[in-house]
Design a protein around this ligand. Structure first.
Ligand SMILES: Cc1ncc(C[n+]2csc(CCOP(=O)(O)OP(=O)(O)O)c2C)c(N)n1
Ligand code: SF4
Ligand SMILES: [Mg+2]
Length: 304
């Protein structure tokens, strides 16, 4: 790349660089989240990326991120983050990194690594009070390899490994509570369809140190089977139906940042996605829809 081309790209806002010429799907909710987060974090960060869809953004030797980027195996991103943090601290101690050159260490991983393979490394990092920000884009499955189920797949969703009429028989793991039980500095849920709530939480997380999680519901047209133009609408419906509560954890307290007072029925959310189509055709599976609704109602009963 010529110096002029490099300068031109460097001066562009991040959203104009990320996604240029990448093999990401149109309407990717994870990518929309990443745009918003990177716009706020800026270039002073090191992204430690567990294998997943977002890994495709970087094609050796290039990366669209304005800061640095490091690739790790699915299970190892928090361990990679520890190494980067240690290296930065050593440089600081030696006077080779000035305070204004300090970098935020950011783990970028999908729900597969965050809830499954990488959970033990994450738990250890929290125990060690590692100073890092973990951004998990949750598309509720192993998206990169064809949407097999993950521990974050919601009940009854069809995945490549849960076909047929009942869909996925398990229940989505509660990663927010698993993190909160470790008493980290910060845990928050976000969705790109509510950019103000997201921006406030990134700013808040950035102002803290220690382990911090941003857990982003990330609608995925390819894996969830819907038109790419519906990504933001589906994100909003997730909040309005109460299936994706927007909340944060600080100092042992959980606060809901948006309480959907007149919640829409969850079927309004479910019917937008092909992965739940077996709940509506050839006839409605009222039993499963009712069960999903009851779980949401019980959750909000405790909050309201
Ligand atoms: C140990 C291991 N098993 C399997 C894979 C193959 N693999 C690469 S990405 C991926 C899916 C990761 O899912 P998730 O973390 O949710 O990210 P997404 O693909 O949805 O972005 C898998 C299974 C791998 N890289 N490493
Ligand atoms: S499979 Fe889903 S998460 Fe992966 S790039 Fe496509 S839309 Fe994004
Ligand atoms: Mg995933």
């Amino acid at each position: 790349m010529s110096d002029t081309e490099y300068q031109r790209l460097k001066d562009l806002p991040v959203r104009h660089i990320l996604g240029t010429g990448t093999p990401m799907c149109a309407g990717c909710g994870g990518l929309a989240t990443l745009h918003q987060v990177c716009d706020i974090l800026g270039e002073k960060c090191v992204i430690v990326n567990a294998a997943g869809c977002m890994t495709l953004l970087s094609v050796y030797p290039s990366t669209p991120f304005r800061g640095s980027w490091l690739y790790t195996a699915m299970a190892s991103a928090p361990a990679g983050a520890q190494g980067v943090r240690d290296a930065l601290d050593i440089l600081k101690k030696k006077g080779q990194l000035r305070p204004e050159e300090e970098l935020e260490v950011v783990v970028l991983g999908g729900d597969g690594s965050a809830n499954g393979m990488g959970l033990s490394a994450t738990s250890g990092a929290m125990d060690r009070k590692l100073d890092f920000l973990y951004l998990c884009y949750d598309n509720e499955g192993y998206g990169n390899t064809g949407q097999q189920y993950s521990a974050a797949t919601p009940h009854a969703a069809r995945t490549a490994t849960s076909k047929g009429s009942p869909g996925y028989p398990g229940y989505k793991k509660d990663l927010f509570s698993i993190w909160a039980a470790h008493r980290p500095s910060y845990v928050a849920t976000v969705v790109a369809a509510d950019p103000l709530d997201l921006a406030r939480k990134i700013e808040r997380a950035r102002g803290l140190s220690g382990p911090r999680l941003i857990l982003a519901l990330s609608p995925c047209p390819t894996g969830w089977d819907y038109e790419p133009s519906a990504t933001m609408e589906i994100g909003k419906l997730a909040v309005q139906t109460g299936i994706w509560p927007l909340k944060e954890y600080v100092d042992g307290r959980v606060t809901h940042t948006k309480i959907p007072r007149s919640r829409l029925p969850v079927r309004e959310y479910l019917k937008t996605q092909g992965r739940f189509s077996h709940l509506f055709t050839p006839q409605e599976n009222n039993e499963i829809i009712r069960e999903i609704q009851d779980r949401i109602d019980r959750y909000w009963q405790d909050v309201e």
